[in-house]
Design a protein around this ligand. Structure first.
Ligand SMILES: [Zn+2]
Length: 309
């Protein structure tokens, strides 16, 4: 079978339930693009698929390839693939759009991955801590990060088992839009293994103590889809701001006020674009590796993506 015919067959299969179209029609459209206009096959496939999506009044997520493959989270490395996953719902987040019923983090022994469940898919609600087999989910990719989308063809089955969730590294690229309270020059409890951040000189556990100064930033980074909470420890904060703990202490001493440090840091970093990599702990990402970026990779693309959610 020719290459074009094979691709035409794939596309035809996807639409056979939705449209009265022959494989020959599909093949002809593909051949025109590929042979006459020298369009690369990937692009031609996309273009022809879009044509039939429009004709059928469907969205890409409505289509099933009919051959989803059982995978682990770490195996997801391509967008627009149909896969089956067995995973635990680690957290649910607040959807930022009415078109999304649920959004959150799934995990299996090989890692974690974001999921989105469309409102129109009319699927049962997933619960935090629940383990599910999810058949027919579509992979997606945005700026190098993968996610899965639950759609109207997805079959959800709750499993009566627990699964251990493996470690995971997150990568976020976006604007640092907010710095939360408890950032800047802080004091921690000096008791062994406590290190709680003091509130007005008091530790929740040990009461009034002579605190030890530390630097940290709790920031909110928006990647255009979600807001992520990111923690910068002392080293990460010093690297990010160029301000050392000693300099921060001097600043606070001169001003007789520790909040000047947070103000100075906020003025420096809020509104700046970063790529941040690090391990995930619950809802926080620990900033291990930080790169400052010029700006959004493509502001227009970001907006379109945000709208399509
Ligand atoms: Zn303490």
């Amino acid at each position: 079978m020719s290459d074009v015919r094979q691709h035409a067959d794939d596309i035809h299969d996807q639409f056979s339930d939705h449209l009265d179209v022959s494989v020959e029609d599909v093949e002809e459209r593909l051949a025109t693009l590929v042979d006459e206009y020298k369009v690369p096959m990937d692009e031609a496939r996309r273009s022809v698929t879009n044509h039939y999506l429009e004709e059928a009044g469907l969205e890409r997520d409505d289509l099933s390839s009919g051959s989803s493959e059982a995978v682990n989270v770490e195996d997801i490395e391509e967008p627009e693939e149909w896969v089956d996953l067995t995973a635990k719902v680690i957290e649910l987040w607040d959807p930022r759009s009415d078109s999304v019923a649920q959004v959150g983090l799934l995990g299996d022994p090989t890692g974690t991955i974001k999921f989105t469940k469309w409102a129109k898919s009319d699927l049962p609600a997933l619960e935090e801590g629940g383990v599910y087999s999810l058949q027919n989910v579509v992979t997606d990719e945005y700026q190098g990060r993968y996610s899965v989308k639950l759609n109207s063809t997805t079959v959800i089955e709750e499993r009566d088992e627990d699964i251990e969730v493996g470690d995971d590294t997150s990568e976020i690229e976006g604007a640092l839009i907010d710095m939360q309270s408890g950032s800047g020059l802080i004091k921690r409890c000096p008791e062994d293994d406590c290190t709680r951040v003091l509130q007005n000189g008091r530790c929740n556990e040990h009461g009034e103590v002579e605190g030890e100064f530390d630097l940290r930033i709790k920031a909110v980074v928006d990647d255009g889809l979600d807001a992520h909470e990111v923690i910068f420890d002392k080293d990460a904060t010093e690297n990010l701001t160029g301000l050392s703990l000693e300099e921060a202490k001097d600043m606070a001493m001169d001003a007789l006020d520790t909040t000047v440090v947070a103000d100075e840091i906020a003025a420096d970093i809020v509104g700046t674009y970063y790529r941040i990599e690090g391990p995930t702990f619950g809802r926080y990402v620990l900033a291990d590796d930080v790169t400052e970026l010029d700006g959004p990779a493509d502001a227009e693309e970001l907006l379109i993506k945000a709208r399509s959610m």
